[in-house]
Design a protein. Structure first.
Length: 300
């Protein structure tokens, strides 16, 4: 028996981006059985737009309070599919995305709880110049030295930071999903949920749910044949100061939630905090944000 698929899109004040994402979703060779839209916008523009179109699947519109982890949980509760996919509201999907992920789940690995796809545009719209290549190598090396999030094998580091596999074209089991490319068996949410206590709108919510899945006894898989482009809408996006501040605060929150009991990891935590300051010396705003985050963390 084939599985039913629910796609959940959480959005806020991005009608234009959402419409493009929806158009991309409609080009899937394997369409979802259900689309759940969890909207925390300040206006009813998206709801009104949906009333003007007809889609080839069941559609459920839910207005919610803002907060990415909250909206994701609302979407799970409002969905009915056997497989649950999450996409950001500013993405363009490869036309085989859903079919390729569904095929992974269909292999009947009883311990497989989640599957992640591949991000095609690792560097966004950044021109790949010689200077950019040199800076990339420097930052990759620094991030490796300090145990920061970086390119790797998809496993968590001793610091609790995650590594990304989007540069790899070989499927594999991993530890950590990426937020806009996550899919789950419904049964996973009988044991875990997105952490609504995570500070801010939800930075690192993917790290949190990934660690929760591992702790609940499930495995996570990376399928590079399922890919998408993240267009990174400028709407509602952190500036350098807010991003660096939130990174410190949320990292501290997650490390102390999941890793603090492992005493041998604590030196790696402090080393990573130092490293985050070092790699942000290139940006005054990011450095100010990092120090502001440290003040919030250690000034409690």
């Amino acid at each position: 028996m084939s599985s039913t698929i629910s796609v959940i899109i959480c959005t806020r004040n991005r009608l234009g981006d959402f419409r493009e994402t929806l158009a991309s979703l409609m080009k899937q060779k394997r369409l979802p059985d259900e689309l759940v839209i969890v909207d925390s916008s300040d206006t009813s523009a998206l709801d009104e737009y949906l009333k003007t179109i007809t889609l080839p699947m069941a559609v459920k519109y839910i207005h919610s309070a803002p907060g990415l982890t909250l909206q994701r949980n609302v979407g799970v509760r409002g969905s009915s599919g056997d497989l649950i996919f999450f996409f950001d509201d500013d993405t363009e999907l490869n036309e085989n995305y859903l079919a390729n992920i569904e095929a992974v789940f269909a292999r009947n690995d009883p311990g497989l709880g989640a599957v992640g796809g591949r991000l095609e545009n690792l560097f966004g719209d950044q021109p790949i110049t010689l200077r950019f290549r040199i800076e990339l190598v420097v930052f990759v090396v620094l991030r490796f030295i300090f145990g920061l999030d970086n390119y790797g094998n998809g496993r968590f580091l001793f610091s609790g930071m995650a590594t990304s596999v989007h540069h790899l074209m070989t499927p594999r089991y991993i530890d950590c999903l990426s937020g806009g490319l996550m899919s789950f068996r419904r049964q996973v949410f009988q044991k875990v949920q997105f952490d609504e206590g995570l500070p801010g709108y939800g930075l690192m919510e993917d790290w949190s749910i990934s660690k929760s899945i591992i702790d609940a006894g499930y495995k996570t898989y990376y399928e590079p044949a399922a890919s998408l482009i993240h267009k990174e809408s400028p709407q509602n996006r952190y500036d350098y100061f807010r991003w660096a501040e939130a990174f410190i605060v949320n990292y501290d929150y997650l490390f102390k939630k999941y890793w603090w009991r492992d005493w041998y990891r604590i030196p790696f935590y402090y080393w990573a905090l130092l490293g985050f300051l070092v790699v942000n010396f290139h940006s005054r705003d990011a450095l100010r944000g990092a120090f502001s985050g440290l003040k919030k963390v250690f000034g409690k």
